[in-house]
Design a protein around this ligand. Structure first.
Ligand code: PLP
Length: 480
């Protein structure tokens, strides 16, 4: 494809994307295909000869689209949102066009510097303390874009592990590191995302999963008692991962209490995972949810969830960038450059060497919407969630199972877990609406998340009508 054809095909692609997004509500939300469906539609080998672009695009519509789950559909209410907006898509397009690999400052200075500036912008808008900002006088911290929240948790745990091992090695210089490693203990709540467990597996450290309170919030006293007990057993607490906005029910760990208790355990790294909820802290009225952040060593949120930015764009801030990078620095001669001491080299801030120009899309989003536009978008979703909550509360056959603070409503039919499993299964099978379950306080609940960028009150009412229709049908059948 030469640039003349790219111009033509590019315009056609923009047209295709616009039409796709504008007519999404005519499609099923979820596909009705079986595993392996695509193998029967595509050849088993790549074509030897070049193929015609029109043929490729016609296969997109006929073969790919039938297997797509439409995350931007107005009646997709599963998981947390997958951020999407035209400025963000254009940012990714430009980044792909430039095609630089910004592993160091020298590898593409703008790629590094824009990331640092945009992370400071967003950090300030969220209300992070100054020590998390890279360009603040005297600050030792800074922000970085990672691929996912899972990666943010992993790299902070790796950094905390390296710090803990260094301290232990200084106290016990003749003990092998492998022996010290098996003493390390990390902590999180039962409601934390499974990525904490995965990080502990990768880091080869023990993880103690603690019981939250009745509001799915991890409390300071629980952490304190667990850590004290473990210390008495000769173990070494080194990392606590807290969550602001849990995946199951958007609950908030009690960060002020946990931070206060951790003062009794110097050197323990406190991480805050706010993958979804963190974006909402750009609204002044929601900043109280960030209380206790002054105790944290690191904080992550995903603009690619709730800030109109396409995947991947997971932002991580650390209080002390040297403590992060010292766990990850490997410096072969071919990657060194003349400004290695003065500039940020983001390859030391994460696992991969190669990095895309991801800050472009976030920069485009922040500038195109402005903080006020993004606040409006967040508030709109919260309003829709509140509307849905009211609809549920009006029907006495249902109950609400979480404190609806942001865009997620957890609800269930009063009755058994089995009944609710059935309800969710028939709704999802219909393809009219998509929601997913979670287990909160050991009960099966259904999650309804306001997700679509332009969802309206009518979309919410329509979704509720669908749920009620299926519930009527199910309850009637159950009675016979
Ligand atoms: N943490 C929380 C609180 C989440 O809700 C999620 C996903 O929804 C994750 C971590 C994992 O996010 P990612 O897919 O970016 O790794």
């Amino acid at each position: 494809m030469d640039s003349t054809e790219f111009r033509k095909r590019g315009m056609e692609m923009v047209e295709y994307i616009c039409t796709y997004l504008e007519t999404l509500n005519e499609r099923r939300v979820t596909p009705s295909v079986e595993p392996g469906y695509l193998r029967h539609l595509l050849p088993s080998e790549a074509p030897h000869e070049p193929e015609d672009w029109d043929q490729i695009m016609s296969d997109v519509e006929d073969k790919i689209m039938p297997g797509v789950t439409h995350w931007q559909h107005p009646r997709f209410h599963a998981y947390f949102p997958a951020g999407n907006s035209f400025p963000s898509i254009l940012g990714d397009m430009l980044g792909d066009g430039i095609g630089c690999i910004g592993f160091s400052w020298a590898a593409s200075p703008a790629c590094t510097e824009l990331e640092t500036i945009v992370l400071d912008w967003l950090g300030k808008a969220i209300g992070l303390p100054d020590h998390f900002l890279a360009l603040k006088e005297g600050s030792t911290g800074g922000g970085v874009i990672q691929t996912s929240a899972s990666e943010c948790v992993l790299v902070t745990m790796l950094a905390a592990r390296a710090q803990a091992l260094k301290r232990l090695k200084a106290q016990h210089p003749f003990v092998e590191e492998g022996h010290l490693l098996c003493k390390l203990m990390a902590y999180c709540s039962k409601e934390a995302h499974s990525c904490v467990e995965k990080a502990a597996m990768i880091c080869f450290v023990k993880l103690r999963i603690l019981e939250p309170d009745e509001n799915a919030s991890l409390r300071g006293q629980t952490i304190y008692e667990a850590m004290e007990e473990d210390e008495l057993q000769g173990l070494v607490p080194f990392f606590v991962s807290t969550t602001l906005g849990t995946t199951g029910s958007c609950a908030f760990d009690n960060l002020p209490e946990i931070g206060k208790q951790l003062e009794r355990f110097p050197g323990v790294w406190l991480h805050v995972d706010a993958a979804y909820a963190g974006n909402s802290f750009i609204c002044p009225e929601l900043k109280p949810l960030l209380k206790g952040i002054e105790y944290a060593d690191s904080f992550n949120t995903n603009p690619n969830k709730w800030l109109l930015t396409n995947f991947d764009c997971s932002t991580l801030w650390v209080r002390d960038r040297i403590r992060l990078t010292s766990a990850l620095v490997v410096d072969p001669l071919y990657l060194k450059h003349g400004y290695s001491d003065a500039a940020i080299d983001y390859r030391h801030w994460g696992v991969p060497l190669s990095r895309r120009f991801r800050s472009l899309k976030l920069w485009f989003v922040l500038r195109s919407y402005g903080i006020s536009g993004l606040q409006h978008y967040i508030r709109h979703h919260i309003k829709l969630a509140k509307r849905f909550e009211e609809l549920v509360l009006k029907d006495k056959r249902f109950e609400i199972c979480n404190q609806v603070k942001l865009g997620l409503v957890c609800f269930r039919l009063k009755g058994s877990d089995k009944l609710n499993e059935k309800l969710l299964s028939i709704i999802n099978e219909s393809g009219k609406l998509h929601m997913v379950p979670a287990s909160v306080n050991d009960r099966y609940i259904i999650r309804f998340c306001a997700v679509a960028q332009n969802a309206t009150a009518e979309d919410i009412d329509y979704a509720w009508d669908i749920i009620v229709d299926f519930a009527n049908e199910l309850l009637e059948k159950e009675q016979h």
